[in-house]
Design a binder for this molecule. Structure first.
Ligand SMILES: Cc1cc2nc3c(=O)[nH]c(=O)nc-3n(C[C@H](O)[C@H](O)[C@H](O)COP(=O)(O)OP(=O)(O)OC[C@H]3O[C@@H](n4cnc5c(N)ncnc54)[C@H](O)[C@@H]3O)c2cc1C
Length: 327
């Protein structure tokens, strides 16, 4: 029997669950507060320059993830990143060949979410504020007072603290979610006027201030002009989360120039993004949460693994569990 599912969040977990439920004949409506689907797997375009300011790449190790992507993301939207990679360790740059291929969305990471949203009823710019239960159905109310539903079940895929606030009073899952930690991370995007590039295309950093740096132009489908993304270390970002953006940029600029022995010079384009819920650092260790009595569920990268693949695994486990619960 076809059921009606409401899904809060059009990130990888929400879109995975949506596609799997839809493919089983269920009616699905996905609501997201952002302007486009994809969640953290996104691309920022500034004056024609694009930056993957969330995940710079992702792994595909699970055959189920591979099959899902093959079926739902057309090949031009997904490509291996054939960059020159290195790690920064004790102040030295050590070239490395990743053990597993690194994949990117084309022409930007946001292409993955866009592809997954195709054929799915996704409403963007809808900030779910609360859930209401009538005798046998759920309604989602947004911040503007609009209501969506009725749904036989609702899946919440927001980061743990936000998911907990939607579920509080309706399910004990809220208490389980509340303490799940997420890392803060600053992403600095810069297109240097003078065309400076990093010595390698993707650099993992073991450094007190830096976590990652990449030459975005080395990924397939990007413009040729240099565009760099620098991620700050999680602990450093957490400790400096409330400082002025100009101070953060100043620190990151000095750290990059010193670590990679280069001068960035003036920026043609630059921006700083603060991710308050960047990545799950200690996932719950369960693929998803289901409250069958309440007809509520929660999934996301915080459940099983803080990565795009982890979000897929959580979203697919959640869809399977709900299909079983309603069978
Ligand atoms: C800086 C950074 C670096 C990263 N590096 C990597 C990496 O190298 N490799 C990798 O695989 N992964 C990486 N990740 C992690 C990866 O991006 C996430 O694990 C994955 O995208 C999470 O998907 P999700 O669907 O669980 O959550 P999200 O993508 O966060 O989706 C949740 C969605 O819910 C929406 N939402 C939240 N609250 C509400 C509400 N009240 N109403 C409506 N909508 C709501 C949000 O707008 C969002 O779209 C990185 C992330 C960041 C930020």
């Amino acid at each position: 029997m076809a059921r009606r599912f409401g899904i809060i969040g059009a990130g990888i977990a929400g879109l995975t669950a949506a596609r799997l439920l839809r493919d089983r004949g269920h009616a699905v409506l996905v609501l997201d507060k952002g302007r486009r689907p994809g969640g953290r797997a996104s691309t920022r375009a500034i004056e024609g320059v694009s930056f993957d300011h969330g995940p710079p790449w992702f792994a595909i190790t699970d055959p189920a993830f591979r099959s899902f992507l093959d079926a739902s993301v057309a090949s031009p939207c997904l490509a291996a990143w054939h960059g020159r990679f290195a790690r920064l360790e004790s102040g030295r740059l050590i070239p490395e060949t990743p053990e597993i291929p690194r994949f990117v969305g084309v022409p930007g990471m946001g292409a993955i979410g866009r592809a997954l949203a195709e054929g799915v009823d996704v409403r963007v710019s809808v900030h779910a504020d609360r859930l209401e239960r009538s005798a046998d159905a759920w309604t989602v109310l947004d911040r503007d007072g609009a209501s969506f539903g009725p749904f036989d079940a609702v899946i919440v895929t927001a980061p743990p603290a936000q998911a907990a606030s939607l579920l509080r009073g309706h399910s004990s899952m809220a208490a389980t979610l509340e303490p799940v930690p997420m890392a803060v991370c600053f992403s600095w995007m810069i297109a240097p006027e003078g065309g400076t590039v990093l010595p390698f295309d993707g650099i993992r950093c073991d450094h007190p201030v830096l976590r990652w740096a990449s030459n975005e132009q080395s990924k397939l489908g990007r413009a040729a002009s240099p565009a760099l993304v620098v991620q700050a270390d999680h602990a450093w970002s957490g400790a400096h989360r409330d400082r002025k953006p100009s101070e953060i940029v100043g620190h990151l600029r000095s750290a990059v120039e010193e670590a990679f022995a280069l001068r960035l010079g003036p920026a043609r384009v630059e921006s700083l993004h603060r991710w308050l819920f960047a990545q799950s650092i200690e996932p719950l260790g369960r693929p998803c949460l289901i409250d069958a009595d309440a007809r509520l569920a929660a999934c996301g990268d915080w459940a099983w693994g803080g990565s795009i693949e982890g979000a897929f695994q959580s979203g697919s486990a959640c869809a399977r569990a709900l299909i079983e619960a309603f069978a």
